[in-house]
Design a protein around this ligand. Structure first.
Ligand code: FE2
Length: 467
């Protein structure tokens, strides 16, 4: 009996240690280890090139069309152009198909890239596992990988997305990626919310760090699509180095299917994947009225069919709601422009990065304000998205820990720890979002929320009993 009382008191103490209640939601007082985020040295095993002369490296895949039957395969050959061909076949079949891609190089200040290949596989079967082979014809140094296409878009198709942002290439980045890969929730596609390599933090934006990042992420990105969003660290805008055009390394290395959604830029586009419709926006491109991004998004809403793809997700880099002190209000201009559309069209979740910490909002909106009416506080709004800030991948700039106090009422949970998210769609009405901090075991959920689809379950009903 005494033991159980002691245990109960201990658990209560632990609980009180972990959370404290403020005016808003929960601000976790979990204290992570104090190790500073250091980039992994260049000779780290995760950066090691594959063996063999000119072997394909930095392999990554992303969706290659609007529906999910296309796949863009990208890779780098360091020494010579080599083969541009991707051979691919259905698991268990001996019948190989092949398709020819393109190759390009770019220069950045004194850096010249390797040979960057992009190849689009089209008309793949839905829900099918394929193998693909690169480098055939270049001697014996070909490499083979595998991927699985999504199910055909449909309202009750279960599908699991991982979410990572601001990853960089530190020891913490390595932990984040390893935890994502080992999470038993098994993300099938990764939604990456911007800020990839952080090469621009090096003298002269050392683009060698783009190459190391490509090799570091290959272990996941060669086997499941990473859906790319551009962040501020993709700008690489450096007039003092003679680099006057933004996004050159990023746009050279990471191709996306923007034309399939009628976009005129790879920085904003949309895809359907299983039961989700995903809109990718660019925080660092013009987005005011009459700009190409605005005009594209204005037409985009009518294309979303919630009967086919019930879950409407938006990815962007800079969050619209953020109660950390760092980057405070940076997303405000975009919020003023686009939040009314998000509410009107019942976006389910907006995922963003940029802030190196984690935060999840309540369903709230701040669209009533018109400068003169004084209605400038966010209010509870069942048509509004949940905003998830998840720029806690682990880059060399470290965590943001300073928060605005008191916690705003729209903020449901916030914590300054590195980690990743999982968005697990069960059917047209229910999805389970979880956030996993790196300090915990692979299967442990640090924060979670059952989400009711805004189109199919616009009013609150009791959530399912468990995940
Ligand atoms: Fe950022």
């Amino acid at each position: 009996m005494l033991d159980s009382v002691v245990l109960s008191c201990s658990l209560l103490g632990l609980f009180l240690h972990v959370v404290e209640f403020t005016d808003g939601g929960i601000t976790s007082s979990f204290v992570r280890s104090v190790d500073y985020s250091l980039d992994m040295p260049l000779n780290s095993d995760v950066f090691r090139p594959p063996p063999g002369y000119n072997a394909p490296q930095q392999v990554h895949i992303t969706q290659g069309d609007h529906e999910g039957r296309g796949l863009i395969v990208s890779w780098v050959t360091p020494d010579s152009p080599g083969s541009n061909t991707v051979y691919y076949w259905v698991e268990g079949s001996k019948k190989k198909k092949y398709v020819e891609g393109i190759v390009l190089t770019y220069k950045y200040f004194r850096y010249t890239s390797g040979y960057i290949h992009h190849c689009t596989l089209k008309n793949l079967e839905f829900d099918t596992t394929y193998y693909y082979q690169l480098g055939l014809g270049d001697g014996n140094f070909s490499r083979t990988f595998t991927f699985t296409t999504p199910p055909s878009p449909g309202p009750d198709v279960p599908y699991t997305f991982g979410i990572i942002g601001d990853l960089g290439q530190t020891f913490d980045s390595n932990r984040t990626l390893a935890h994502y890969q080992k999470n038993p929730a098994k993300g099938q596609t990764l939604l990456f919310v911007g800020d990839l390599s952080y090469a621009d933090n090096y003298p002269f934006h050392d683009n060698v760090r783009w190459d190391t990042w490509g090799r570091f992420t290959e272990g996941s990105a060669a086997y499941q699509p990473w859906i790319w969003t551009a962040g501020n660290h993709e700008l690489d805008f450096a007039p003092h180095l003679g680099e006057h055009k933004p996004f050159i390394p990023y746009k050279s290395r990471y191709h996306v299917p923007f034309e399939a959604s009628g976009s005129t830029s790879p920085l904003w586009y949309s895809i359907k994947r299983a039961s989700a419709y995903i809109i990718v926006m660019s925080s660092y491109s013009a987005f005011g009225k009459y700009t190409p991004q605005y005009e594209w998004l204005e037409k985009e809403w009518a294309k979303v069919n919630r009967t086919q793809t019930p879950w409407l997700l938006v990815l962007m880099h800079c969050p619209l709601y953020n109660s950390y002190a760092d980057t405070y209000m940076e997303g405000e201009t975009m919020r003023v422009m686009y939040e009314p559309w998000f509410v009107e069209h019942k976006v389910d979740v907006v995922f963003a990065g940029h802030v190196h910490a984690y935060e999840r909002s309540e369903r709230a909106s701040n669209i009533a304000y018109n400068i003169t009416n004084g209605l400038c506080d966010p209010i509870k709004d069942e048509s509004a998205p949940i905003y998830v800030t998840i720029g806690d991948g682990g880059n060399l700039e470290g965590l943001v820990t300073e928060m605005t106090e008191p916690q705003p009422t729209y903020s449901a949970y916030r914590e300054a720890s590195f980690g990743h998210g999982i968005f697990d769609i069960k059917n047209r009405t229910h999805a389970f979002f979880s956030w996993h901090r790196n300090e915990d075991g692979y299967a442990i959920v640090a924060d979670s929320k059952w989400l009711l689809n805004r189109f199919w379950k616009p009013s609150e009903v009791p959530p399912l009993a468990s995940a």
